[in-house]
Ligand binder design. Structure first.
Ligand code: 8YV
Length: 315
């Protein structure tokens, strides 16, 4: 048992909560994302914060935790944490990279296949007995077509390898070019124009908000498909709904949304969009590995002043 007070915010898996409660004096911030009162005396003692990947922790809230040393995020994305503010106060921020890369990339590949080969629609075709009345509609070949990847980090790279394995060509864009086996295209709209499928795999946060806008969707074009396994904030959802409704793009496969778990209502009745409930990392094995790493970051810091997986901006 560490002689340390930590705060838990947002949704964490029960086994992780249990392990934290066994090892630390834990304070649950019942208000979660919405905030809510935190006992002032307890707040002054909080040295660690464990939070869900989607949890938003604003600077004003962190101001109420004067002794905070470390934020350990359960998730690879940490767009809910004000990293510049944390740098200013010397608060370390850790996350759970690598352990979820394969699962999220698998889901990216699955959404490419589900959207372009229209697998959900075809499943419904069988269930509704329509096969008895005639042949299913033909779909589109993936081999030989181009996947454009927005963000070639760990997950983007793993998706590139997977789509290449099914015979697709890969091009990508990101903040700056680097040496990769795949062609770099500096301009996102240009990448969209060249792509049959545009896969969003970059981090969320203010720097990437609405990067995929009406212009990019128009460039993707009437045969183009958008896949997003990253963050809903990166896509202008109103523009996406319009583009799917009026045929500006052909289809979309989405695992993430701007206001989860709320999905824009018009998408729910569209046949050309596959909707998943943010399950990129949602396997038992990966969630356990994420939980272990989230706790290991707290333990390493409070045992020996080390952090294991500090976020890149603070490295
Ligand atoms: C997690 C994610 O489900 O890691 C991330 O950034 O979006 C997901 O893999 C989420 O963080 C769990 O809170």
């Amino acid at each position: 048992m560490h002689d340390v007070d930590i705060l838990i915010r947002g949704s964490l898996p029960q086994p992780l909560r249990d392990a934290l409660h066994e090892n630390y004096r834990c304070h649950d911030h019942a208000g979660g994302d919405a905030g809510g009162a935190l006992d002032m005396a307890a707040a002054a003692r909080i040295r660690g914060l464990a939070q869900g990947g989607w949890t938003v922790t604003p600077p004003a809230f962190l101001d109420s935790l004067p002794a905070l040393e470390l934020i350990s995020v359960f998730g690879v994305g940490y767009d809910g944490v004000p990293v510049d503010y944390c740098r200013g106060r010397g608060i370390r921020v850790t996350h759970t990279p690598d352990v979820l890369t394969d699962d999220v990339a698998d889901l990216g590949l699955a959404l490419v296949l589900m959207s372009v080969r229209e697998l959900v629609r075809l499943d419904r075709f069988v269930r509704e007995g329509r096969w008895l009345a005639g042949s299913p509609p033909l779909t589109t070949r993936l081999a030989g077509r181009t996947a454009g990847i927005l963000g070639l980090g760990r997950i983007g790279t793993a998706i590139a390898r997977r789509v290449e394995a099914i015979g697709m060509k890969v091009a990508w864009t990101g903040r700056k070019p680097r040496d990769t086996p795949w062609r770099y295209v500096a301009d996102l709209a240009e990448l969209a124009r060249e792509s049959d499928v545009l896969v969003v795999a970059c981090p969320g946060g203010p720097a990437t908000r609405h990067l995929v806008d009406a212009k990019v969707l128009a460039a993707l074009g009437p045969e183009g498909v958008l896949v997003n396994i990253a963050r809903g904030s990166i896509v202008d959802e109103d523009a996406l709904v319009r583009a799917l409704a009026d045929g500006t793009i052909k289809a979309a496969g989405l695992d993430v949304y701007a206001d989860e778990p709320r999905v824009p209502p018009p998408l729910l009745s569209m046949d050309n969009v596959v909707l998943l409930p943010h399950v990129g990392s949602a396997t038992r094995e990966t969630r356990k590995a994420m939980a272990d790493l989230c706790k290991a970051n707290l333990d390493a810091w409070f045992d020996s002043g080390r952090v294991l997986t500090l976020v890149a901006e603070l490295g």
